[in-house]
Design a protein around this ligand. Structure first.
Ligand SMILES: [Ca+2]
Ligand SMILES: [Ca+2]
Length: 170
């Protein structure tokens, strides 16, 4: 884990932004920064990201997914990147529709929630490394066995009557 985290930071470090220095990040700070990144990427200021603008918004940021992993996920059709950073010339690219700010921020929020494994409202460098690993495995699996992609998620676990699960905390 330590080693892969170091490699991740080293790779991201080469791409200029001191990504790992920004972690841990709170959800509010993250979304504020992402909104600023959306505005910067929206070159023609029409509130939507056209095809030429999405790469700038969906790469970089505090919760950057390692480029090699992201590319695997694009090929596997996973996540916002697959839809809004499609491979040029592919059917997904032809079907591209501009990405509005609300939808972009919703996607970023969902990435944050997924990365925040212990749900304390903060994503640490360790949690970012873990989510990278998770995406790497998930996307590689989908690429090698595409039938997994259409399998519905398992039904929620049944709770025996009378056995009330503990909710929340504090
Ligand atoms: Ca635009
Ligand atoms: Ca956390």
């Amino acid at each position: 884990m330590k080693r892969s985290l170091f490699v991740l930071c080293a790779v991201l470090g080469l791409l200029a932004a001191p990504v790992c220095a920004a972690l841990p990040v709170s959800e509010a700070d993250y979304l504020k920064a992402e909104e600023a990144r959306f505005d910067a990427a929206d070159a023609d200021h029409d509130g939507q990201l056209q095809r030429s603008e999405t790469d700038a918004a969906l790469t970089g940021g505090d919760l950057e997914i390692e480029p090699a992993i992201r590319n695997t996920c694009i090929q596997a059709g996973v996540g916002m990147v697959a839809r809004y950073m499609p491979v040029p010339g592919t059917p997904a690219d032809q079907a591209f529709k501009p990405l509005g700010k609300k939808k972009f921020l919703k996607g970023r929020q969902s990435l944050f929630a997924q990365a925040d494994a212990n749900q304390d409202g903060v994503v640490t460098a360790e949690e970012l490394a873990a989510i990278n690993q998770q995406f790497a495995q998930q996307c590689a699996t989908l690429l090698t066995s595409p039938e997994e992609a259409v399998r519905p998620s398992p039904p929620p676990q049944e709770v025996p009557p009378g056995a009330m699960p503990q909710e929340g905390g504090e």
